[in-house]
Design a protein around this ligand. Sequence first.
Ligand code: COS
Length: 385
Amino acid sequence: MIDFSLTEEQKGMVDLARRFGKDRIRPVALEYDRDGTYPEEILKEAHKAGLMYTNIPREYGGSGMSHLEHYLVTEALNYECCAISQVIGISHLSMGAIQLGGTEDQQKKFIGDMTKSYRSGCFCLTEPHAGSDAGIMNTTASRKGDGYVINGSKCYITNGQYADLLCLFATVDKSKGTRGISCFAVPRSTPGITVGRIEDKMGHRAMNVAELFFDNVEIGRENLIGEEGQGFKLAMMALDRGRANITAVSTGIARRAFDESAAYARERVQFGQPIGNFQAIQFMLADMNTLVMASRALYLQVGWMLDNDIRCSKEAASAKCFASDAAMKVTTDAVQILAGSGYMKGAVVEKLMRDAKLTQIFEGTNQINRMVAGRALMSDSSGLF
Ligand code: COS
């Protein structure tokens, strides 16, 4: 039976996120975007409100939400500002591999420690020459005694400057390709980690993105997550979840752009009547709303699959492509509807359009995600129904 109604508890979660977004994020969203401000105070409050570690189990200091619930909360927060909300929700991707591959003791130790603070984690996969082709990374983990020494660098790391816990991917044997990559939980306080360039971005400007360097960073065997050589698979499995998350992020962005457009269409009078009376505008709004509805349906499906332990690599990749392309289209149309007033700096829809662009790029470009879905369909074209 398909049922789109939320339980009272789920309604409470969404309501909490909406209120937090409206009261705490909305008043500063444009200012933080203009100045590229790290939302420190908001993170402290989100942490207290239980909105930071939503899908981390309660025994490790999280709120214990399901994937589907986390995505509902994500849409609600991202409606207000995706840059601030991405940092609030960063543990969903950054801790994914540790949750999937870590022992109970490792999760208690690493994730349990991290959730005490609002600084959260970061997902260290990308390197300057290893973006879409993530498997050719150069960062090494050489065995030393019972542990490892890490050397190398990572770039475009969301929350890299501030994260307390790094989920780091490094190769123990480059000759083995992706099968040589391992995953490590590395506390920020480990000596030898330095922060390089902080990126100045087109959109998502309040979201911290940094370069990280690892210079003889010594860690123990207990920092290895899963088996040696299992890291690439853990990264890909974490990205399945992450891509479902970007579907919810994109839905939040698109819904806000729709709402801004509909409100403007109701009040902007030209030729003696609100422009929303004209079919040219109504058709645009109808199509924008359709894209929002479809994007939401996709993250609900993938969230449900994750919660029921059904592999969803192709569904998550397809959902991410659809919703991010939809967010780009809806925000571009929102600027068109608001016209001159929407194109100016300081307009909400101008920010949304810049923000939407990144959703087509991060957690795998849409070209890579189409490839992920396309390849999977060659071996298994079955669907849910
Ligand atoms: N779940 C489980 N296992 C997976 C998987 C998934 N979603 N995706 C891949 N794997 C496994 C494969 O089954 C394969 O296993 P074997 O070694 O046992 O054969 C292994 O991982 C390597 O996979 P594959 O051969 O597909 O690797 P490629 O290097 O050809 O391609 C792509 C991998 C391009 C799909 C991958 O590099 C990718 O997603 N790139 C984009 C990275 C990204 O999203 N970066 C953003 C960083 S975070 S903002």
